[in-house]
Design a binder for this molecule. Structure first.
Ligand code: BGC
Length: 418
């Protein structure tokens, strides 16, 4: 094809413009893409405080770029993940999105939706910055696909200290049997003994019960297919869950985790099982009268999950995303984020004394306890497996049918466990 000179100059100009846009280098001409849309579900409370911390570091480290908040509210990404899935299907990805390390991330990798970041790890000096076990949860076929922002602990029990004291509960229960005794004491006081929310929060509670009854190794086997779901220990766990449900608020299926947390803050409930984002959220909301302990029967076990950020294929501002990812992986970014988020830094060089009291205990526990993955937060299971379990939980919450739940669990594992 022959182009007239004027047309070819215009094409060259357009190509240069597109190149500048793609690399984010505005060269002073103001033509580059500045906006970096960061897609999360951190819209409020401690989650927003953590994100704001990271955004502050990004502003200093990446002055050529502008953070654009793409957050979609809803605990555990219950709404965000649906929005994200439809945007990815329509080839309209945000510049970066939040994804859980482990099987959830693998879903995006196998769908070819995110870029290999291995070369960036070398360039940014991240290769030895994180624990080897975590790195292997971000890697497929020797390539590493995301930058972890944190480590959260899932199997924690939060309490209202005044409510617990008024029910005569002086020490934390360390077994399920002792926990039921304490729940009875709270019931006698006329408060909701155990505040609970919808499906994914019920799955978290169930996972903690499974850890108590199966122990760490057999629990891990539920996700890789080596522990069967039709065993007597799973049946007992479902029966325990059924009994626990009788101590919870009846409107649980309409509640997000923050609604259940509100019952604790208002002195209307004694306990809530939730990940340690609750520490940051209670702090952000100014509620100080809370206790925390590992879920009864989970002593010695750290049930983990990790938030990480990715570079989606087809991101409009890859250079801006790279600056965001570099910030997420930096010592400054991890500190600004995690001191406010309730999580602990994924980096191994963090200084524990920089963190609030709860995180100092979590930093020590992460190093010394047995680590098991969370399914409700994508570390242990794929999105398909998680979705099947969440809907089985929702069904069990309304029909309380033990054998129907176990059948659903066996079917889900048959389809998704690997
Ligand atoms: C995320 C946390 C978040 C929690 C509640 C989890 O899936 O990993 O960062 O705080 O959901 O929304």
């Amino acid at each position: 094809m022959r182009l007239s000179r004027r047309v070819s100059v215009a094409v060259v100009g357009l190509t240069a413009l597109l190149a500048a846009t793609a690399c984010g280098d505005d060269g002073g001409g103001g033509t580059a893409v500045k906006n970096v849309e960061v897609f999360t579900w951190w819209a409020d409370g401690g989650e927003k405080a953590g994100l704001d911390g990271l955004v502050g570091t990004f502003g200093t480290a990446c002055p050529n770029f502008t953070f654009v908040n793409g957050a979609v509210a809803g605990g555990a990404g219950s709404n965000a993940k649906q929005v994200l899935a439809s945007r990815l299907t329509q080839s309209d990805p945000p510049d970066t999105f939040q994804a859980h390390a482990g099987n959830e991330l693998n879903d995006y990798i196998s769908a070819g939706q995110i870029e290999d970041l291995s070369a960036k790890y070398t360039e940014w000096g991240l290769t030895n910055a994180f624990p080897a076990g975590l790195i292997s949860n971000l890697t497929v076929d020797g390539k590493i696909y995301s930058v972890p922002a944190n480590i959260h602990r899932a199997n924690m029990l939060w309490g209202n200290k005044t409510v617990l004291a008024s029910a005569g509960i002086a020490a934390n229960a360390t077994s399920l049997d002792a926990f039921f005794t304490d729940l009875d004491k709270l019931k006698a006081k006329g408060v909701t003994p155990l505040a609970l929310g919808k499906d994914w929060t019920q799955l978290m509670l169930f996972e903690s019960v499974l850890i108590s009854n199966l122990g760490a190794d057999k629990f891990i086997g539920l996700w890789n297919g080596s522990t069967p779901w039709d065993g007597a220990d799973v049946t007992k766990s479902i029966a325990d869950l059924q009994k626990l449900m009788t101590y919870t608020n009846k409107d649980r299926d309409t509640f997000d985790w923050t609604d259940a947390e509100k019952l604790i803050m208002e002195g209307k409930a004694g306990y809530q099982l939730m990940g340690d984002w609750e520490a940051a959220d209670l702090d952000a909301k100014g509620f100080k009268d809370y206790s925390y302990t590992v879920f009864p029967g989970n002593t010695g076990v750290f049930q983990w999950l990790a938030d990480s950020f990715v570079l989606p294929k087809g991101a409009k501002n890859a250079a801006g995303t790279e600056c965001w990812l570099k910030t997420v992986g930096s010592a400054e970014g991890q500190k600004a984020f995690n001191t406010k988020k309730g999580s602990i830094p994924a980096r191994t060089d963090a200084v524990a004394a920089d963190y609030p009291a709860y995180q100092q205990t979590a930093i020590a526990d992460w190093k010394s306890l047995k680590q098991v993955p969370s399914c409700a937060h994508g570390a242990g299971c794929s999105q398909g497996y998680m979705g099947a379990l969440n809907s089985a939980m929702g069904k069990f919450s309304s029909d309380g049918n033990v054998s129907a739940l176990q059948t659903a669990l066996v079917a889900a594992a048959g389809q998704f466990a690997k």
